[in-house]
Write a protein that binds this ligand. Sequence first.
Ligand SMILES: Nc1ncnc2c1ncn2[C@@H]1O[C@H](COP(=O)(O)OP(=O)(O)OP(=O)(O)O)[C@@H](O)[C@H]1O
Length: 329
Amino acid sequence: MASPTTTAAPVPDLAVLQRRAAERAAARAGGEDRLRGHIVCDGLVRIFKTEGVEVVALQGLDLVVDRGELLAIVGASGSGKSTVLNILSGLDVPTAGIARVADFDLLTMSPKRRLRYRRHTVGFVWQQTARNLLPYLTARENVELPMRLARGLRGRAARKRATELLEMVGVGYCADRRPDQMSGGEQQRCAVAVAVANDPEVLFADEPTGELDEATAADVFGALRTINAELGVTIVVVTHDHAVSSQVRRTVAIRDGRTASEVRRSTRLGADGAEELVTEEYALLDRSGRMQLPAAFVDALSLRDRVRLNLEPDHVEVRPGGTGNGERS
Ligand SMILES: Nc1ncnc2c1ncn2[C@@H]1O[C@H](COP(=O)(O)OP(=O)(O)OP(=O)(O)O)[C@@H](O)[C@H]1O
């Protein structure tokens, strides 16, 4: 199910950035053939048990993210976004299914390998700015710290790289400021630089713009796109804000602990020769053939309980179901 729409909005250079990100990612991985499935979740289940009550936070989530992609996961509160991110970043262990990032099996890895994974393979940006930066260090010192801990880089080399990363995310002018001397947006862009200071393969961000206004949030996404393109780092951002799909090329929506739909943005040449932006929305089909209809479609036709399906040569029709005696339910 794809419903392309074209808009006249100025075309962001997402395609160019994505191409560069894929090239850098392939170079990091040692070749194009290693681009597929950098992150793989298959039938991922996470059940929390508290005081005898079971909460199924993820119920068979499927997701594949290629090396060098910048992907957003959107979903309402309680849909399981943070649970996915905590599992992918090695902070939590799933109950069942497959979760793999690069060469790490997140279900079976030993504590020692988990520590290695978290220290060297992953970078993380939290929603709360205070959680990302140490208040008594300057921006540059904040970036230098993980460099020293994870890569043993210190002295002039660390200082130079920290300055480069801060400039890359557009806050080079804040290098000597402490967090309380920076705005919320500047702090989050600095947090992006801190998160890649250990030269990770993947970067996870949980609501990184949750405390920011729209314009400042756009700057933070700009920083994430630059990092993605320049360093070839695979990035997954989680948010409740559906407007994020205008900031990235691929957005996956999760509902009730499962991936439900996906929005892809691309550019193509229009009839007048100008590049235009194409947005396509897809429903996701799991291995058992299950899919979720978008809530707007369900509401528009008042679909409920059961629907009629017809197989046509090139598509499947879904109609309001009848009662079985010819009446509509
Ligand atoms: N440690 C826990 N113990 C019990 N239940 C939990 C735990 N963590 C999450 N849950 C439950 O799992 C479900 C998914 O939670 P999760 O935090 O992943 O959702 P979310 O989409 O990130 O929500 P929000 O946007 O509000 O942060 C919720 O029903 C939540 O109450």
